[in-house]
Design a protein around this ligand. Sequence first.
Ligand code: HEC
Length: 180
Amino acid sequence: MKPVLLVLLPAFALAACGGDEAASPASRTETGDSTSAAPAPADTAGPIDTASNEQGAETGPDANAVLASLGGDYANADLANGARQFRRCQSCHTLAEGGRHTVGPNLHGVVGRAAASADRFNFSSQLSESGLTWDLATLDAWVENPRALVPGNRMSFVGLRDAEDRRDVIAYLAVETATE
Ligand code: HEC
């Protein structure tokens, strides 16, 4: 939404000025040619540009394939929102491969992994003995309310109440792991 507004506002300003030579910039729309095949983002190399996921055009096939493989509503996840939500986790977690454990364990590859199995992190016995595997459902419950899922664990995080925020941040964990 916002980028489109930012593009259109100067165009309106120009139109309002009424200069007879100023017509053309306003007519440049963002719709592009809908017949062109793959969206072909400018930066195909390097990390996924999560910021543009809302437009659905520039995430590249890898991120979309990962989202599709998660199934269900995860295919509609908003990775830009996931990245935003992950900022709340970043005070305690790194996500990059080989990232350091800080207050919490590094989360690279956590989706699908047994709970408390990251190397060299001192997990609580509660989490170690939980027997959980971090699939989409257990992650969702954990991020919503870690204490309810594993009483006595050491993650002091109030939880994300909004189901879409949880979906998006979990999708972000999966995509960042798979595409890095
Ligand atoms: C205040 C610090 C803190 C915040 C904020 C935090 N965590 Fe944690 N997290 C921890 C700690 C500490 C543990 C280990 C808990 C234990 O051993 O009982 C943990 C564990 C986890 C685990 C289990 C890892 C494993 O290998 O079993 C996941 C998944 C996780 N956090 C995800 C998140 C997400 C997603 C967010 C943000 C929405 C978040 N955390 C926010 C501190 C935090």
